[in-house]
Design a protein around this ligand. Structure first.
Ligand SMILES: [Zn+2]
Length: 88
């Protein structure tokens, strides 16, 4: 899983495209009623929002230090379902 875009400026095309691919994956596989836990520095996975708000938080505040945990949480959830998906 390429996470190099997370090191880019939050205002770069790389970050924006990587974040959207990640959110496509997360909202499709884990989201509930169009909402997902927000991995930004302020919410730190505790609060659930729709995608528009999560994008706004990730652009303005960035991912919390535990963002990789969120990704692994998504992966474990999917593995528990007996499927293998690739997030690139
Ligand atoms: Zn947030």
């Amino acid at each position: 899983m390429d996470k190099s875009w997370m090191q880019c400026s939050r205002w770069s095309d790389e970050y924006f495209m990587g974040m959207n691919k990640f959110l496509d994956f997360a909202f499709e596989k884990v989201g509930t009623h169009g909402k997902n836990n927000c991995p930004c520095t302020k919410c730190s996975h505790r609060l659930w929002y729709d995608r528009r708000i999560v994008v706004d938080h990730l652009l303005h505040q960035g991912f919390s230090m535990g963002y990789t945990h969120w990704i692994y949480h998504v992966c474990s959830y999917i593995c528990d379902q007996g499927h293998i998906y690739h997030f690139v």
